[in-house]
Design a protein around this ligand. Structure first.
Ligand SMILES: [Zn+2]
Length: 453
């Protein structure tokens, strides 16, 4: 049987290679395993989105003397869950991050990065933070702490996980980028926060995108220190702004032009399939975000907003406003607002998957004392990135997903077929899942199928 190489095989090989550079303080019994055995075993749980995957493979190994952890994930010997937990707790999640560079090169080679570009042909990088662990009992060295109203302490893990997003895309594809963990920092008394984490992220990765990316973020980031940090890295920005957090900008600068009647405004009519909507864009360039009376030479930005109203009822359906360094005109205000609005997909795509579709790490491996929580989060993020890229590029994967319609259905099939049979390659796994629903598979037909592979 010919074993063909698919993209998923390449991803797994790259991940396995990366683990060779991981810090390794092991002695004694644990040396019977390779470092990759611990990492790939944990990764398989996320990639298969199955908390019981390792247990299923142990049973399969007992029955057949072989298992899919070996054949599909390159695990030579499966450690116990307690051994995986102990080992991964020692590895800082940053050890995984070089793999993201390989992802970018792959996306570039396959001409896919341009799918994530917006105005000015810039890559669109959406910034958002999320909490991925919360407990009043379980905690580790890296937990943040929050005092509750009842006096109890709640232990948390949060992360800033930027993502490449598609402008105006309803398909909602996002590629998660290297995350930055929001956690107590060495030598700092103060609790960490999203803005500080973003500055650290910029200092690590910002230069890579200098002159070719736009940062999209919510109103929390629409302030002078963040704008200066973005511009120091040669990046552009489109940030949501709000009256509450940008009082001077709205109450003095914008209001001046509104009262003066000199705020440029353009309108478009848009049929949404049910009703006609009116898109009203307003903008003004070169406005200050802070009061010049109290601040020497405050940062100047360009501002725009969009109001969408129902043409029949005149009911307001949507409103948002943005600040940017791009000079705004009648000809580009729609593009700039469209890029600004794309930020929401980082919440609906990235984190929704991570939160609601299979964060099984805690269930299998616990929380750990040191790095385990953040390492498992990063593995889950990586599994999500792999699935997204496969969906965009790999024919066998696309076919399997097309047949099974939803991710949930695809994962159910992946789980069930890999529990009772050992597969030599991912090609065959996806080809088997792609068999049309109306084609009943008998044992003899299945044998024919395997011979044809
Ligand atoms: Zn913790």
């Amino acid at each position: 049987m010919e074993i063909r190489s698919t993209l998923v095989t390449d991803f797994i090989r790259i991940l396995k290679e990366t683990t060779k550079k991981f810090p390794d303080k092991r002695t004694g019994k644990n040396l019977q395993y390779e470092m990759s055995d611990f990492v790939m075993s944990a990764f398989s749980v996320f990639f298969m989105q199955s908390a019981s995957f390792l247990e299923g493979q142990r049973r399969l190994h007992e029955m057949t003397g072989n298992d899919n952890l070996f054949s599909l994930f390159g695990v030579n010997k499966l450690p116990k869950d307690t051994q995986i937990r102990k080992q991964l707790d020692e590895i800082p999640p940053e050890a995984l991050f070089p793999i993201w560079e390989d992802m970018y090169h792959l996306l570039f080679r396959k001409n896919l990065l341009n799918k994530f570009s917006g105005y000015n042909k810039n890559l669109l990088i959406a910034i958002d933070g999320t909490e991925y662990f919360s407990s009043e009992k379980i905690h580790c060295e890296h937990c943040s702490r929050r005092k509750m109203n009842n006096g109890n302490i709640r232990y948390l893990h949060s992360v800033l996980a930027p993502a490449l997003v598609q402008s105006g895309s309803k398909k909602n594809k996002v590629i998660a980028m290297e995350p930055e963990f929001i956690e107590p920092q060495d030598g700092h008394e103060k609790q960490d926060c999203e803005q500080a984490a973003f500055k650290r992220w910029l200092s690590k990765y910002g230069s890579r995108y200098s002159g070719r990316a736009t940062i999209l973020a919510d109103a929390l980031f629409a302030n002078e220190p963040i704008i200066q940090a973005i511009q120091q890295k040669g990046l552009d920005f489109i940030l949501t702004c709000k009256v509450g957090s940008n009082k001077y900008l709205f109450n003095e600068e914008i209001k001046f032009y509104e009262d003066d009647g000199t705020l440029p405004e353009i309108q478009f009519s848009h049929w949404n399939g049910k009703n006609n909507e009116i898109y009203i864009y307003r903008y003004i360039n070169n406005v200050r975000i802070k009061d010049p009376y109290y601040n020497d030479e405050p940062t100047r930005v360009n501002w725009c907003d969009l109001t969408i109203v129902n043409e029949n009822t005149l009911e307001e359906i949507f409103y948002n406003s943005y600040i940017t360094n791009f000079i705004i005109s009648d000809s580009n205000v729609q593009d700039i607002v469209q890029d600004g609005r794309s930020r929401w997909s980082v919440e609906n795509g990235n984190y929704n998957v991570l939160k609601n579709h299979g964060y099984h790490g805690e269930h299998n491996f616990g929380h750990g004392n040191n790095h385990l929580a953040s390492f498992l989060f990063s593995l889950n993020l990586l599994a999500f990135v792999f699935h997204t890229i496969l969906e965009m590029t790999d024919f066998t994967y696309q076919n399997a997903l097309k047949r099974r319609v939803t991710y949930k259905n695809l994962f159910q099939h992946l789980q069930s077929i890999t529990e009772w049979m050992v597969f030599d390659s991912w090609d065959i796994v996806f080809a088997l899942i792609s068999i049309p629903k109306d084609q009943k598979i008998s044992a003899s037909k299945f044998f024919e199928f395997l011979q044809s592979c």
